[in-house]
Write a protein that binds this ligand. Structure first.
Ligand code: PAF
Length: 294
């Protein structure tokens, strides 16, 4: 097989048959699940996967069961040709990269519905509270993808921090023998976290959306353990509420401080613990999320 180009696979069975021809990859396969509309953030995941594995599968599948808002699903961009071109820029690394882009029936086996998971509350707050059913959809598709792609390492971006917590829970619940590799957020030059949703903003709005990261940086400055007059979590919440009053084009869906590794919000600092600030905003009809380690 020639690995100088990206191999596109449309069916689960085709993927399984093709992988069976490469037993040498069996213990060192990397996987990057995506919904396509790839940007530099996805590319960073795929690049890391290509450097750490013998071969990489990138899935491109816009998962209908994780959209609670039909308009959001309808607006989601489908750019497979462009996605493949972008991934091909990694081929000089020498690692074969395959794209698995199934349709819903192939991946779900006819019935395209979400399962009901008990994620022990991890899905009940923040994104889960604002987007009912979203994490059941994510859990369902990730579980199906993990079965279709027998990888040892799976790469997820830290921008979707709560999603990372959910997939860690899924791994424990279903005993998947794989390593989840969290990867740092990739940002545009003004600090805006890369997201396929940024495409829905005008150039001027994209510039203005840097406000989100600037706010998080201020939170990190004032809330980090090394800050001379460290603010308490409730003071940080007030700080963000005040900043939002001065920026009425941003509607805060939530802002909070959680203990690193989970979604438990905190009211005071404990020695030795690590924290993360999470934010979601509605900005000109687009929901944008971001987070920062304190
Ligand atoms: O983060 C995403 O792009 C999606 O939620 C995922 C993990 C590919 C599942 O559809």
């Amino acid at each position: 097989m020639n690995h100088s180009e990206i191999l596109l696979l449309r069916h689960r069975i085709e993927l399984a048959d093709s992988l069976a021809k490469h037993p040498e990859w069996a213990q060192c396969l990397g996987f990057v699940p995506t919904m396509g509309a790839l940007h530099q953030g996805h590319l960073a995941l795929a690049e890391r996967a290509a450097r750490e594995n013998k071969a990489v599968v990138v899935s491109v599948f816009v998962n209908p069961t994780q959209f609670n808002n039909p308009q959001d699903l309808a607006l989601y961009p489908h750019t497979l040709d462009q996605d493949i071109k972008l991934l091909a820029t990694l081929l000089p690394l020498g690692t074969p990269i395959w794209v698995y882009a199934p349709n819903a029936e192939d991946l779900y086996d006819q019935t395209v519905v979400a399962r009901n998971f008990d994620f022990q509350g991890v899905d009940a707050v923040f994104e889960g509270a604002d987007r009912p059913g979203h994490f059941n959809g994510v859990g369902t598709v990730v579980s199906l993808l993990w079965k279709a792609v027998p990888a040892q390492r799976v790469y997820f971006g830290e921008k979707d921090y709560q999603q990372l917590c959910v997939v860690q829970a899924l791994k424990r619940m279903e005993n998947h023998d794989l390593e989840i590799v969290p990867c740092p957020i990739v940002r545009e030059s003004n600090g805006l976290a890369m997201s396929s949703r940024n495409e829905r903003l005008t150039t001027a709005q994209r510039e203005r959306a840097a406000w989100i990261y600037q706010t998080l940086q201020e939170v990190a400055r004032q809330g980090s353990a090394s800050a001379p007059n460290r603010l308490r979590p409730d003071e940080l919440r007030n700080l963000v509420a005040k900043k939002a009053q001065e920026a009425p084009d941003f509607q805060i869906a939530y802002f909070d401080i959680v203990e690193e590794g989970g979604v438990n919000r905190v009211d005071h600092w404990s020695a030795g613990a690590r924290y993360r600030a999470l934010i979601a905003v509605e900005f000109h009809g687009v929901r944008l999320i971001d987070n920062i380690a304190l």
